[in-house]
Design a protein around this ligand. Structure first.
Ligand code: ZN
Length: 295
């Protein structure tokens, strides 16, 4: 038996250690490490076509440097925020991903509207799986009125309310199956697109973390549109995004009929119990305190 050379052993140790640590992380984290180090160069020239009014800005030499700093900073705080994930979030994420993967494989849609599954059927499926796994999961529908800042709208997503930790009290975890798509913009700059590409498509997050991400992404969208000298749609605003996931919503808990994955732990739930969660009152005071510095 050949002995493993010392440096290889060290590498193995380091690899397994990082595997241990990164095993808990959001999927985007490792990708981030790679893409961040490889795509760092050659960014400065890419926005030139967007800046058709360069002459006026030329005298302000510090402006370019400031822009560069802004995007670097957004990338860094986005990475840090994505990676700061708890074991509760990690477990819920893996149940969610498995349900999505299996639904895609099954290729059926309960409502019969779509050949390969629609968003609402997928959400019902994931919600049922999470309930089967013992979580208090529900389909949440938020709805908000128009205000001077934002138009009215509604959004449907999933959540889990966890009461298992006596230390932390009640913890709410938001599950969005199409998270990245919510922030994609058709005519965005490369810098903005790169930021959005770091987001996972299936996003599982506690309320506070989601709040921070929204802040980061919306200020990036604002900056992007300003750089491109374009008007930003009001549905891109931080307030609008917050209303989607963090405003008042109606939680619908239901146990869909399941042919598979039934566990003994499955408790019977009322067919559809409606309760209203209003988190806005708790969220509002924090909205303006920039917990994540946006420079
Ligand atoms: Zn369907």
């Amino acid at each position: 038996m050949a002995r493993i050379p010392a440096n290889t052993a060290q590498e193995l140790l380091a690899a397994s250690f990082s595997g241990m640590v990164f095993g808990f992380l959001e999927d985007g984290c490792q990708e981030f490490e790679q893409s961040y180090s490889s795509s760092d160069g050659g960014q400065s020239s890419q926005e030139n076509e967007a800046m058709f009014d360069m002459d006026d800005d030329q005298e302000d030499a510090g402006e370019d440097e400031k822009d560069k700093k802004f995007w670097e900073n957004q990338n860094q705080i986005l990475q840090a925020t994505l990676c700061r994930t708890s074991s509760l979030e990690t477990t819920i994420r893996s149940v969610t991903k498995e349900a999505v993967r299996e639904s895609a494989g099954a290729g059926v849609c309960g409502c019969g509207k779509a050949a390969s599954g629609c968003r609402s059927c997928l959400m019902r499926e994931v919600c049922g799986r999470l309930c089967n796994a013992g979580y208090d999961s529900a389909i949440c529908k938020s709805r908000w009125r128009s205000s001077p800042d934002i138009p009215s709208g509604e959004h449907t997503f999933l959540d889990v309310v966890d009461n298992s930790s006596s230390r932390k009290g009640q913890v709410r975890v938001i599950i969005e199956l199409n998270f990245r798509a919510e922030f994609e913009m058709a005519r965005a700059s490369d810098k903005y697109n790169r930021l959005v590409q770091r987001l996972p498509e299936i996003f599982v997050s506690k309320v506070e973390r989601l709040q921070n991400l929204i802040k980061i992404l919306c200020s990036a969208a604002k900056k992007c549109m300003k750089e491109k000298k374009m008007h930003m749609g009001p549905w891109r605003k931080q307030k609008y995004m917050q209303a989607k996931w963090l405003g008042a919503c109606k939680r619908t808990t239901s146990t869909p009929p399941f042919s598979m994955g039934q566990s003994d732990r499955l408790r019977l739930r009322p067919k559809s119990s409606m309760l209203t969660v209003d988190l806005l009152g708790e969220i509002m005071p924090n909205m303006h305190c920039a917990a994540v510095a946006v420079v």
